[in-house]
Design a protein around this ligand. Sequence first.
Ligand code: PGA
Length: 246
Amino acid sequence: MRRKLVVGNWKMHGSRPANAELLAAILGARPFQGDVAVCVPFPYLAETAATLAGSDVRWGGQDCSAHDQGAYTGEVSAGMLAECGCRYVIVGHSERRAYHAETDALVAAKAQAALAKGVTPIVCVGETLAQREAGETEAVVKRQLSAVIHQLAHCAGEMVVAYEPVWAIGTGRTATPEQAQHVHAVLRAQLHAATGHGDKMRILYGGSVKADNAATLFAQPDIDGGLIGGAALKAADFIAICRAAR
Ligand code: PGA
């Protein structure tokens, strides 16, 4: 039985007072039946860690460098995230792929760098609307995932995968539970073929998950929780989504 996982992706949102209020609300709403985490902007990691330490709510980053250290101005290494107590790091989010030209190979290298420091990569895959309409969804997500599986080799079983159709992110347009389930089943079969224990790995759905659609999505057999953007910034909504993960 896979434990559900709900991860808030704050993106480039937040402020110290707003974060304090949001985290206090999340802590106050425990216990949750599944696992819960927040991936916050780097400057807020230390404060988030201090607030959540000792609770079962985890925290993480939204990206990491593929390098260990060096002259890479502006980058943050997986080792630094580990030092900040991060349990997770999102890699290959479609916004990084689109705005920072991240390739499958770079995403795979970042996932490897994270695992090497004991931080679980949440590897995002997903097709654009044009790719979906061209019937390329399966080929695209399989290609994105296979780059990471290939790089991680025997460690591939330790990652979390997030299926986030690009056309559903921040648009209010959610994949139907059937559309999402179909892709999740494809990804699980691929993970299983590669690792032998795809049945134990968590595959999250992301893209306009809200309080009112979370339960139906999470009820699908291969959807193990969600990666939540906009709705993760509103305490009541995020808490409702966390409660839907059972
Ligand atoms: P959204 O974002 O929930 O606002 O659609 C999800 C994500 O980008 O991870």
